[in-house]
Design a protein around this ligand. Structure first.
Ligand SMILES: NC(=O)c1ccc[n+]([C@@H]2O[C@H](COP(=O)([O-])OP(=O)(O)OC[C@H]3O[C@@H](n4cnc5c(N)ncnc54)[C@H](OP(=O)(O)O)[C@@H]3O)[C@@H](O)[C@H]2O)c1
Length: 256
């Protein structure tokens, strides 16, 4: 019998990390528009609450829980609160990441290396492993990892960041394979250059922007809202047979 295609998230509990602004905020808003109760998370409670307030004004359902994903005890605390209050998790969007160093790869300071790995690899990994276990208790769910085109083509002078994003792509496939039997899907979204605070130096420096756009067939940067539809698709039952997929949302950058 044919399975109906649905983007409806009514009754689903979703966590979106790094949801206080940029791509994460747009994903949180779209998931809420489609019926999910969204846990809006980042390091700053007040900034998360502002996003929650916007969702609620629009008739959606959301709550703010601060969590620094580079801190293991904060991940534990987030999951204790989600499991205690909701008893389930259906969707996890791993979106919060850090890129603290621009410079030659051979000059990467060990403290910068460690911070980037702790947030972008260990953070995604333990958010996913806790999330997958909680999802499995109720028959499964969907993990969406926001990686980057730099996980495929390293960003110039963004070596350690790019390496961690390559690890997220590998992590996506590893979780997809090992968690499929528990009903947990895991997919990655690879944004190209997107107009957020994260990329503000690149987007707001005309010479750098011109150089970057020369490699983008669509010749423009993305708006953060242009990442949200792909996340909704991967999170929803419309993608019920999709796991381990790597979805480029990059204006054609990786196709050249
Ligand atoms: N913008 C681009 O061009 C681009 C391209 C490819 C991939 N990406 C990826 O897209 C994702 C979102 O980036 P964005 O461009 O939307 O950046 P953004 O606008 O700077 O937002 C980053 C979000 O992450 C939160 N955050 C930062 N460090 C955190 C931590 N350690 N723990 C928890 N939350 C943290 C920030 O809030 P707080 O400061 O309150 O914690 C904020 O909500 C990242 O994974 C990034 O690698 C972006």
């Amino acid at each position: 019998m044919s399975k109906p295609v649905t983007f409806d998230l009514t009754g689903k509990i979703a966590i979106v990390t790094g949801a206080s602004r940029g791509i994460g905020a747009e994903i949180a808003k779209l998931l809420a528009t489609h019926g999910a109760h969204v846990i809006v998370s980042s390091r700053k409670q007040a900034d998360c609450q502002a996003v929650v307030d916007g969702i609620v004004v629009e008739g959606g359902s959301a709550e703010a829980i601060a969590c620094h994903i580079g801190e293991m005890e904060q991940i534990e605390s987030l999951y204790a609160q989600v499991e205690g209050k909701h008893g389930r998790l259906d969707i996890l969007v791993n979106n919060a990441a850090t890129n603290p160093y621009f410079g030659h790869i051979t000059d990467t300071d060990p403290s910068v290396f460690q911070k980037t790995v702790d947030v972008n690899i260990r953070g995604y990994f333990y958010m996913s492993s806790h999330g997958a276990k909680l999802m499995a208790k109720n028959g499964g769910g969907s993990i969406v990892n926001v990686a980057s085109v730099n996980g495929v083509v390293p960003g110039f002078q963004q070596g350690i960041y790019s390496i961690t994003k390559a690890a997220v792509i590998s992590m996506t496939k590893a979780f997809a394979v090992e968690c499929a039997e528990q009903g947990v899907r895991c997919n990655a979204l690879l944004p190209g250059l997107t107009d957020t605070k994260f990329a503000s130096v690149l987007v707001n420096t005309p010479a750098i922007l011109k150089q970057a756009l020369a490699h983008v067939p669509m010749r423009r940067v993305a708006q953060p809202s242009e990442m949200a539809g792909a996340a909704l698709y991967l999170a929803s039952d419309a993608a019920s047979y999709t796991t381990g997929a790597i979805l480029n949302v990059d204006g054609g950058y990786l196709s050249v």
